[in-house]
Design a protein around this ligand. Structure first.
Ligand code: AMP
Length: 543
């Protein structure tokens, strides 16, 4: 028997309509490419989004068309999110940090018909447009005064004179709404195609998981880009809950972020660890926190324990979160439940170094090599599989990638190795291919990195596995010193010895000026493995 309730589909436009009605003064503050700070509200934004929806329709955009963006975090990018999806088209955010080859592949694979670009990225467009389909319309996201030369369309001119109300269509909730490509370990990037239903549900899931932050009056700064998994869902969860958004534009270094947070009284800021290293450096330099900062959400890569301690010691709550592009992206969040708030600081920090507990509507399981479920005892480590309504059911037009992505029960394989403890805390111990197997025993490179990162002389660190004739693999530690002089290797080893068995310690430590990063700002272990493929470990020399 079916229930007899209204079958009203979940539509993204309804989130902004709700915000304009109920949280009309909720703000969007943006550092613009024009160089100034722009302020608007959810109420006024709905008017501009309506104008943009008319403009897109006038340009011939139809349901299902893919419309690309190449832009920083700012109000115009936010407007595109809602106008494109609202008329039933697909908002395809492109990561400008990708290589030219990958970007061109993505544009042609997605068959984009329009591309909206910030002025910063006009040179990329100029260099690559000859390789792109001739019919691709390009719109520069600025006003006439700031337009570069050429015949491309001007964003503000498209909006000028359009009506500020729009008769939003009621779309089937499974209609595609957004498209985001993520790097494969090899080969071309793979696309996750979000729907209205998955996106609206994800916004609710996030609001339920982070009620301390997602509430009216809170100011949230997504350092995580709108071109990286929908800035972790904030463009939807913030208006849904009435929280305000502060968009940082292009300047994401510690000094600029500190200044923006300070002047805009940002309550919570979200981003990857690399970003927080910069901010913590600035906090140290200034000898104080940005005014109003009470919370940081760290995800995308493991947050080093030393980073969490640094924030918590200054009274900033750290929420360590884990997720994936394929999961919209949030899978787990790390705020402690009330019954664990009374723990000692050290015990709290140990828990916060884990990646948190599952978001509602995300099921997690860890399995062994035969696909058999492992216990949630905090010890058994296995490959992590996930299931839920905001998780991909298959990469966009990519049968090859889909072939190995799901298990027989239809769960999605994350490629991460994890433990889950009795309280439900997930700990990512490594990427499947990053775990180091030495003599049949596992060594976690992330754990080694976390400990060494606590040394004041270490700015950054990565551990990779090198092939070894006797032990199969041994760890090599690559360290970026924090200052002019290198820390003593013996000091690092002493620090590590406090936490690891002797056989788990790295066989060698090398110092470098910087670590190579992927397009999404994570340390590229793939590049490091290639760079150090011929490195000879001391122990091998002796052999
Ligand atoms: P992406 O789709 O680019 O967001 O990458 C997702 C992957 O990043 C996950 O499968 C993890 O390997 C890694 N990741 C994301 N968040 C974390 C975290 N908090 N700790 C460790 N790894 C993470």
């Amino acid at each position: 028997m079916l229930g007899s309730m209204m079958n009203v589909p979940l539509n993204i436009a309804d989130v902004l309509k709700y915000a304009a009605d109920v949280h009309p003064t909720g703000e969007i503050v943006s550092v613009r490419t024009e160089g100034d700070i722009h302020r608007t509200t959810y109420k006024d934004t709905l008017g501009r989004v309506s104008q943009l929806a008319h403009a897109l329709t006038a340009q011939g955009v139809r349901v299902g068309d893919r419309i690309a963006t190449l832009a920083w975090n700012g109000y115009r990018h936010f407007e595109l999110y809602y106008a494109i999806s609202g008329i039933g088209a697909v908002c395809h955010t492109i990561n400008p940090r990708l290589s030219a080859e990958q970007m061109s592949y993505i544009i042609s694979h997605a068959e984009d018909t329009m591309l909206f670009v910030d002025t910063t990225f006009v040179p990329i467009v100029a260099a690559l447009r000859a390789q792109w389909p001739a019919g691709l319309k390009i719109v520069v996201m600025t006003d006439r005064a700031h337009m570069p030369g050429g015949d491309d369309l001007c964003y503000e001119e498209l909006l000028d004179g359009q009506a500020t109300t729009f008769d939003w269509p009621v779309l089937d909730e499974n209609t595609a709404s957004g498209l985001c490509y993520t790097s494969g370990t090899t080969g071309n990037p793979k696309g996750t195609l979000y729907s209205h239903r998955s996106t609206v549900l994800h916004a609710f899931m996030e609001a339920v998981s982070l009620p301390n932050v997602l509430q009216p009056g809170r100011r949230i700064l997504p350092v995580v880009p709108l071109f990286h998994v929908n800035a972790w869902g904030l463009p939807y969860a913030a208006p849904l809950t009435g929280a305000s958004l502060v968009f940082p534009g292009a300047a994401l270094d510690g000094e600029n972020l500190f200044r923006l947070m300070d002047t805009e009284q940002v309550y919570s800021a979200w981003g990857v660890p690399t970003v927080w290293l910069g901010l913590q450096g600035e906090i140290k330099k200034q000898g104080r926190l940005p005014q109003g900062l009470a919370d940081v959400v760290i995800g995308g890569s493991a947050a080093p324990a030393s980073m969490i301690r640094g924030f918590e010691a200054q009274g900033v709550n750290v929420c360590h979160a884990w997720g994936m592009t394929e999961m919209s992206p949030i899978g787990t969040t790390g705020n402690l439940p009330p019954h664990l708030e009374g723990l000692s600081l050290d015990d709290k920090l140990a828990l916060k170094s884990k990646q948190g507990r599952r978001t509602c509507l995300v099921d997690l399981k860890i399995v062994d090599e035969d696909g058999k479920r492992l216990p949630h005892d905090g010890v058994a480590a296995g490959e992590l599989y996930v299931r839920g309504p905001a998780i991909t059911a298959g990469y966009y037009k990519n049968d090859d990638a889909n072939a190995g992505a799901f298990d027989r029960e239809g769960w999605f394989g994350t490629g991460d190795i994890a433990t889950i403890d009795a309280d439900g805390f997930l700990a990512i111990t490594d990427r499947a291919k990053d775990l180091i197997k030495s003599g049949g025993e596992w060594i976690s490179s992330i754990d080694l990195e976390n400990v060494v990162m606590a040394h004041p002389g270490v700015a950054n660190c990565a551990v990779i596995a090198l092939p070894h004739p006797k032990w199969d693999e041994r760890p090599l530690m690559i360290v970026v010193p924090a200052g002019e002089s290198r820390p003593e290797v013996s000091e690092l080893m002493t620090l590590l010895s406090e936490h690891f068995a002797k056989w788990q310690l790295p066989d060698d430590v090398v110092f470098v000026g910087e670590l190579p990063l992927t397009a999404t700002g994570k340390v590229s272990k793939l590049t490091l493995r290639t760079q150090f493929a011929h490195h000879v470990l001391p122990d091998m020399e002796q052999d």
